[in-house]
Design a protein around this ligand. Structure first.
Ligand code: NAD
Ligand code: TDX
Length: 335
């Protein structure tokens, strides 16, 4: 079972697995929140007959989850489903606790009751907090989350850790840096900048634009998760990253250069409260123990991603013209 498979990384993961592993069938459990979009998977049942099906439901609904596990008899669980946007967690934290914390414990309980053979928790580098100018997050870095989003992801990681130590559950945890690629919801930096620039709209950059993120192509993340699922050691944490640090302002300028749009579109806006300064992952454990390394260069990945958004204007225009417009006004046009 994949949870959250109608979102950005989950949908990419489902395609990646069905394409590369003939012996794996997938049930996708997703609540279809604002971020879940079945258009991301349109035609997949026909492309892979009998190997994929969708179930709509909430991971935080205990009786529903237990019934589903009993009916479907899953072997393995890969858990992506989450509220995932830091800015939304600053406006309202409760949905993050319900989905990310309660939802994770309910999945762990069901996995234990129905003797799931492997449970993989998809986590984030944000659990480690923020770095200064030097250094990297290793798997031993203390957990110091700074936003309600990252605090909820940290709580979930600790519940997974407890499930291993207390119940000896077959769990694995991955912590990845920022992803980019096709099907990313246009509230996140890269798709927001591409789609706004294509529409000649202002490009909001928080603060001075000097916050740094380590960007990884989503396909590399999916391959890393599959590697951990197949070769990882139970109870262990694996950091996944691109060794690819960029200041936000330079990412924005890079996108404008690819699109041939002017830098005059850039607007420096009010900073995100508690904005983490820098994330950078040390992914040596993935390389040395499991033999995984990123395959995309950033040049190739970002160029392909910009081309994907140019070719899928209908996809993001539909999102941007729906309920998302209210969020956008509240986040960017209120001040
Ligand atoms: P996303 O917001 O695009 O997708 C999340 C999906 O989860 C959506 O389809 C949504 O409908 C579903 N969902 C939310 N609450 C649910 C619930 N209660 N029950 C069932 N489904 C629910 O997120 P994403 O960017 O694809 O991230 C996926 C996972 O990867 C998250 O756990 C996130 O913390 C983690 N992660 C993301 C990044 C990144 O850069 N995007 C980096 C590292 C880790
Ligand atoms: O309008 C914007 N302007 C801006 O300057 C937005 C939306 C973001 N930013 C900045 C904030 C961050 O420094 O860009 C950077 C990236 O922002 P997001 O795309 O919101 O990602 P981030 O906050 O880094 O979190 C992401 O990476 C880790 C994902 O959303 C998380 O789900 C994942 O865990």
């Amino acid at each position: 079972m994949v949870t959250g498979g109608a979102g950005f990384i989950g949908s990419n993961f489902i395609y990646h697995v069905l394409k590369n592993r003939n012996d794996i069938n997938i049930c996708n459990l997703d609540k279809l929140t604002y971020a879940g979009n079945l258009e991301n998977l349109s035609g997949i049942e026909g492309q892979y007959p009998g190997r994929y099906h969708f179930v709509k439901g909430d991971i935080a609904d205990e009786s529903f989850v237990h019934t589903l596990f009993e009916t479907e008899q899953f072997d393995e669980v890969v858990h992506f489903a989450a509220e995932s946007h830091v800015d939304r967690s600053i406006h309202s934290a409760t949905p993050f606790i319900m989905a990310n914390v309660l939802g994770t414990q309910i999945l762990l309980d069901a996995s234990r009751k129905f003797a799931i053979k492997k449970y993989l928790q998809v986590s984030t580098d944000e659990v480690y907090g923020s770095l200064g100018e030097t250094g990297y997050f290793t798997e031993e870095t203390p957990l110091q989350p700074n936003s309600p989003y990252s605090a909820s992801k940290t709580a979930a990681d600790l519940l997974v850790r407890a499930a291993f130590h207390t119940h000896h559950m077959p769990v694995l945890t991955t912590r990845c840096s920022n992803n980019y690629g096709p099907f990313q919801f246009p509230e996140k930096l890269i798709p927001l900048i591409i789609s706004n620039a294509l529409a000649d709209k202002a490009l909001p950059v928080y603060g001075d634009g000097m916050n740094i993120r380590d960007w990884l192509h989503v396909t590399d993340h999916c391959e890393a998760i599959l590697t951990v699922l197949e070769k990882g050691k139970f109870g262990e944490v694996y950091n996944i990253g691109g060794n690819n640090e960029w200041a936000n302002i330079n990412i924005v300028k890079k996108i404008l250069e690819i699109l041939g749009k002017p830098e005059s579109l850039i607007r420096f806006v009010k900073d995100r409260p508690g904005h983490d300064q820098r994330y950078a992952i040390d992914a040596l454990k993935m390389k040395n123990e499991l033999g995984w390394e990123p395959s995309y260069t950033f040049e190739k990945g970002i160029t392909e991603t910009v081309e994907w958004y140019i070719g899928h204007k209908d996809w993001w225009e539909r999102i941007k013209s729906g309920a998302y417009t209210d969020y956008y006004k509240n986040q960017y046009e209120k001040n």
